[in-house]
Design a protein around this ligand. Structure first.
Ligand SMILES: [Zn+2]
Length: 352
């Protein structure tokens, strides 16, 4: 190994560590393949760009009066981005828009705090707050709590927690509190809370350009914002709609996001856009939105039918394969996990 390749290897390893600050999160969240390039800015159209940190993508729109950034990602990426923006443009960042509160997309905006207003959905602001000690379980968590003691033992935990129980059980007392189940996804580098929250829809106007913020209901979390760059005909869909890839559905959000996710995708499909810039992977088109809708609807229908037929959870995981979607990225990685997640949520919805 040459010095240069060793340096690149170490830089890659450091970038991975920065992107995945906790072991638990790496297992819940998005993984980056070793050797991925680090950071870059990618021009989309007009004054609209996406920026990349390994496998995470945010966006920014340049206007004559300032810059609108979506998802600062993490402190090191935001510091790098600020340097890039300062060298390319002579206007400051005026707005930071949060897509959601997860700790691999939201942190880092403090570097823009002198000039920027922070905006997010009202539930995003709520999700940022560490639950109080002894806070009650969320509805889906309470459903797992079969012994009713207000916390989740390993035998009660779904795979998302059981597979790395010791890391999530921060106090090591053998059961997971609401606060401990919140931490893997939401605890991390500081996130300046939004200065402005909205509930349904909001429009940001700056330098003759506009960004619409749409809330389309519960999908990946209950606080997701879909920014729509109307003139540029782009939307940003972070973790809930990844073109040409299966979604990574988990049950660590504390509530069932089905069937709501289907309705959310329908509402996204109705927005007036041509292109999708996700928080992972490549830019897609409206056709990819339709394909994601078909996949999600077929997945829910198939699991639902198997449940109606009285199949066990493991029989359902084995039988629901949806091979017609095997051309999508991460099919082998995610199909079984997605079936498990859908089964868990539908069972909760049926039994509550
Ligand atoms: Zn997320």
């Amino acid at each position: 190994m040459t010095i240069g390749s060793l340096q690149r290897f170490l830089m890659g390893a450091i970038a991975l560590l920065l992107a995945y600050p906790t072991v638990a999160h790496a297992q819940f969240g998005e993984g980056a393949p070793p050797g991925s390039p680090g950071r870059e800015i990618i021009h989309l159209t007009g004054d609209l760009y996406r920026f990349r940190d390994v496998r995470h993508y945010g966006m920014f729109l340049h206007t004559p009066e300032g810059i609108i950034v979506v998802d600062p990602t993490n402190p090191d990426t935001a510091a790098w981005l600020k340097g890039e923006l300062d060298s390319r443009f002579d206007v400051p960042v005026r707005y930071v828009i949060y897509s959601h509160a997860h700790n691999d997309h939201a942190p880092g905006g403090a570097v823009f705090a002198d000039t920027a207003t922070f905006v997010g959905h009202e539930n995003m602001a709520k999700n940022l707050m560490q639950p109080a000690a002894g806070a009650p379980l969320l509805p889906l968590e309470a459903h797992w709590d079969t012994n009713g003691n207000g916390s989740i033992e390993e035998s009660e935990a779904p795979d998302a927690y059981a597979n790395n129980f010791a890391e999530v059980d921060l106090d090591g007392n053998g059961s997971l509190s609401r606060r401990e189940m919140w931490a893997p996804r939401f605890q991390g580098a500081p996130v300046p809370p939004p200065d402005i929250v909205y509930s349904d829809r909001m429009t940001i106007s700056l330098g003759g350009k506009t960004v619409e913020l749409h809330y389309t209901g519960i999908n990946h979390t209950d606080g997701m914002t879909v920014p729509l760059f109307r003139d540029e005909r782009f939307i940003y869909t972070v973790d809930h709609l990844t073109p040409k890839r299966l979604p990574r559905m988990t049950v660590d959000a504390g509530y069932a996001y089905l069937p709501d996710w289907l309705e959310s995708l329908r509402r996204i499909d109705e927005l007036d856009f041509d292109y999708v810039s996700p928080g992972h992977e490549s830019v897609g088109t409206k056709a990819d939105v339709s394909e994601q809708r078909r996949y999600m609807n077929d997945l829910v229908d198939a699991v639902s039918a198997a449940m109606d037929a009285g199949r066990t959870r493991e029989e359902i995981v084995e039988s629901v394969r949806l091979e017609q979607y095997s051309h999508l990225m991460e099919y082998e990685l995610s199909i079984a996990n997605n079936v498990r997640a859908v089964e868990t949520m539908l069972r909760f919805v049926r039994e509550r």
